[in-house]
Design a protein around this ligand. Sequence first.
Ligand code: FES
Ligand code: FES
Length: 163
Amino acid sequence: MTDSVSLQLDINGQMRTLKVEPRVTLLDALRDHLDLTGTKKGCDQGQCGACTVHVDGERMLACLTLAAQVEGRAVTTIEGLSAPGADLHPVQAAFLENDAFQCGYCTPGQIMSAVACIREGHAGSDAEIREYMAGNLCRCGAYPHIVAAVRQAAAHHATEAAR
Ligand code: FES
Ligand code: FES
């Protein structure tokens, strides 16, 4: 058996220490060791997007990333998008308003991708949104509502930026 390593991870702005085997993925570290179960495990093979988180502000698939690889980098999960007790993040609010989920299993990953989509300027049209979000699968087929939510949140973002 491989020896455990001690890791210091910056998760949602908090330093967290954990002792895990070096092969433990970021996804398993979040869910099984840090009790952050908002990030979902779908395929566990990089094909569904359910495990999408941000690392240094860029989206990343937590099932394809080792926990040890993100030491010293800033990891944001769905739990960290808005401060506890604060208003929902505008993208979360837009998902609610547009009925952009059914079972909700894919939703955390969709929202993390949507935040990156808007931030990186890929929400200029429905086609562009669909292309950027193509790696996030929804078995319920909520895609039209997801696109509508991203469009609304992008418009909100543009209004805020213009102030
Ligand atoms: S669980 Fe990571 S991409 Fe499916
Ligand atoms: S809302 Fe059910 S998988 Fe997307």
